[in-house]
Design a protein around this ligand. Sequence first.
Ligand code: HEC
Length: 175
Amino acid sequence: MNKNMLEIVMPASLAVVAGAIGACLLLLGGELTGVQDYERAESLSLTNEAVASAPAADSTSISTVPLSPEQYASIMAGDALFKGNCAQCHAVNDVVVGPALGGARKRRPETWLRAWVRNSGKLVASGDEYAVKIFNQYQKQQMPSFQLSDKEISQILDYVESNEARAVGLVRLVE
Ligand code: HEC
């Protein structure tokens, strides 16, 4: 088996709802179970594509998708950045001090997310509707600003996506 292979477990029922998984992820939440090596991660976008394009199958069907070295490296870097900067207030699938970050890319465009991470207060002050809403929702607690590059923020979001997929047992890493 190649290193960094992504194994996708795809019961037929899950395949049907694959498109809606983003919405369900937040509800399911919690720690991963039965998945090897929690510290490793894969990309959810990759997973969704793979699930969507896989043939209809019974509940034991498994397909594998290789991660490119770049994807793998991005997720690993994002893992470290997340732990160093965000994990004190955020988890992927649970509300901590701030909201669960799972699904962030589906809720907001990448440009918005970058602006938010670098200076959420500025976005709130600008009157951005979503920013104001979420700020109010979390007791007007301002998130710190982070001097992170576009690339670093993308890496964090890649890591977040990979963890969403694993939380529902849709993917696991095969070494
Ligand atoms: C000290 C706590 C704290 C830290 C550290 C923190 N955040 Fe936040 N974050 C919050 C709070 C609180 C909110 C809710 C909005 C608000 O109150 O301003 C939030 C909101 C967000 C949102 C909007 C979420 C959504 O569902 O729309 C994103 C995205 C986000 N944070 C990303 C990050 C990232 C990435 C990092 C690390 C680089 C990070 N945050 C670090 C507290 C924090």
